[in-house]
Write a protein that binds this ligand. Structure first.
Ligand code: FES
Length: 239
């Protein structure tokens, strides 16, 4: 990570040294940081040097950690760890049901207006199914694009929409579909979410909408094109 002088200065400004004006700069307890000369000036300069060195070391360490993470992401993960990764860009989706899982789901596999499927991400290259975390259980459904609100259309793949299946109230699996209300329903405390309007809460105690998983379509296959739009799991916190 390249660190510029401006960055160092910007961080230093978080806690500026005290301006002594024309006063006596020899009072070290005052936190004086003006550009005086003599012993006090030397001490202030030394302090700046120490702060800069510390910041440079901190940025360098952060860069190393980031680089290490990138390597771990790409090469060092065990199969079990790969299975726990959240959906990755380029992943396909397959059935959650062990009896049916395997094939990459296509847009044509979904009937517009039909009931939602519970699916999991699958690595396109290796075929590894990311079922190591219940946070990867996803609701997949297709609608006519004319039925979707603009905020939902933006994350849909030609009318296919996907949301986390983990209820934002207490984390139960959101499994039911209310055909009349056209909403997902959580069986634990009856929270309901509108899939045509970004899975916003229309009833019940859930504190926030279900996170959406942005989709696209490639050669007819449904493709993950982005991360979940907010934190998967229960509770108010979104990030
Ligand atoms: S856990 Fe879903 S409504 Fe309570």
């Amino acid at each position: 990570m390249a660190i510029t002088q401006d960055q160092i200065q910007e961080v230093s400004l978080i806690k500026p040294l005290k301006d002594c004006g024309t006063g006596d700069c020899s009072d070290e307890a005052s936190g004086c940081g003006c550009s005086e000369t003599g012993d006090a000036g030397t001490r202030a300069e030394s302090r700046r040097t120490v702060v800069k060195s510390f910041l440079l070391a901190a940025f360098a360490f952060k860069g190393l950690v980031s680089a290490r993470s990138a390597v771990a992401d790409s090469a060092d993960l065990s199969e079990e760890e790969e299975k726990k990764l959240p959906p990755q860009v380029g992943d396909r989706l397959t059935y959650f049901s062990r009896r049916k899982r395997g094939p990459f789901l296509k847009l044509d596999d979904l009937e517009a207006g039909g009931k939602q499927l519970v699916v999991v991400p699958i690595d396109r290259e290796s075929g590894l199914i990311r079922d190591g975390s219940r946070n990867n259980q996803i609701l997949l459904q297709r609608f006519d694009v004319s039925e979707l609100e603009a905020n939902t259309l933006a994350n849909s793949g030609e009318g296919a929409v996907a949301y986390s299946a983990v209820c934002t109230h207490n984390g139960c699996p959101v499994t039911a579909w209310d055909r009349n209300a056209q909403t997902y329903m959580c069986p634990c405390h009856q929270s309901q979410f509108d899939p045509k309007n970004a899975a916003s809460v229309v009833h019940g105690p859930a504190p926030r909408k279900l996170p959406a998983l942005p989709l696209g379509v490639e050669n007819g296959e449904i493709v993950v094109v982005g991360e979940f739009t907010s934190r998967v799991g229960h509770g108010r916190k979104t990030g």
